[in-house]
Design a protein around this ligand. Sequence first.
Ligand code: NDP
Length: 425
Amino acid sequence: MRPNSQAFKHKSSHDTEREFGGTLGAICIPIFLPLTVLFLICVSRSPEASLLQWPPPLPSSDQLWDPLALVVLLGWIALHALLYLMPLGKVSEGLMLRDGSRLKYPINGFHSLCISGVLLMLLVGLGAPLGYLFELLQPLAVCAIAVSFLFSVYLYIRSFCAPSHALALGGNTGNPLYDFFIGRELNPRIGSFDLKYFCELRPGLIGWVVINLGMLMKEVELRGSPSLAMVLVNSFQLLYVADALWNEEAVLTTMDIVHDGFGFMLVFGDLAWVPFTYSLQAAFLVVHPQALSSLGAAVIVALNGIGYYIFRKSNSQKNQFRRDPSHQSVARLETIATATGKRLLVSGWWGLVRHPNYLGDLLMALAWSLPCGFSHLLPYFYVIYFTILLIHREDRDERQCRAKYGLAWDTYCRRVPYRIFPYIY
Ligand code: NDP
């Protein structure tokens, strides 16, 4: 296949386009977001669970540090590094890089999820108190934040040994703070071990459902059995994580892998933000149990099901189309040509809105918050934050697609005017 001419277009090594508020964002975000993680965990376990509480609940220093947390975190990352290296599953090639080569990636994330699930069950069977994760949550988050910083420093330093074609186009501005934040090197590897791909879907994402399970076990310790709300939150989020790992190959075509360098933004997102803020609903339910009627549960299950259906079908349709446009499931869809040789779907899911996958994801996000009732805003943090994230992400993707596809993208936007929500946005 001929390489995408746009991707091969020469760019100056010090690309000046800045995202996330440029240097100011690169200074503020690494301070503000780690504090937000710790603040949210603290609020979730305070009796008021109020985001507006003043003064805010602050943890004492002994609530923030526990050497056991460091052992658990490093052990967890090491376990997943070992599972990554196991010769399980197939090996896939990523998209073509600027030098015309393709990297190989092991597709064994789902195996890692299953094996770590079995190991956890064994540990629980042997009497390991998984519910203790509730007490360990803050020290674990502190360690994950510290590891994210140290790891990002390592990535930044080692990026200076990488050849220029291995640097991310947007991460080589020459401003150390910004480049550290946004990521200089595109695919940092130790031998064949791909550090970005490893972090993207494994320790943090699987860690998220383990934390959820820990919260469920804590509820069992406190009240004898898990609540319906806790079971729903655990099940929905496990489905989401299992789906991501089952379809792991699809991550190879995402913005994170194809476009973004590996720096603090992704490292912190993968290792600290996802596991510790996405599990807030489960942590909240430990201290703030909610009664949920069968009818309420049925409505929430239906909402999650609809969201999941839209999310999965639209993502699969685009992946199938990108892999093999002549496949019978996508061959009859209407498309428009672009100057790059690639075509854009204008019917099917991608003819409904320009990001149907985001629509499905947001419906699921709402379904994860609803089991926590309406008395507090905190469990809705995820859906609010995620809406902002996806609107911003859609805007970034839109700019990249306009740069890639030019007039064809404008034609697509005219044919499919709504971005995420039909007739609204
Ligand atoms: P997408 O999977 O939405 O991919 C966007 C790319 O798709 C574009 O750059 C373009 O790339 C291609 N594309 C866009 N429109 C069309 C079209 N009409 N026809 C064919 N190809 C098209 O990107 P994301 O990585 O943002 O999202 C992947 C999934 O991950 C989503 O479901 C999202 O909700 C989810 N997600 C979840 C997060 C979380 O924290 N839970 C965070 C971020 C994402 P090209 O043309 O080059 O192929």
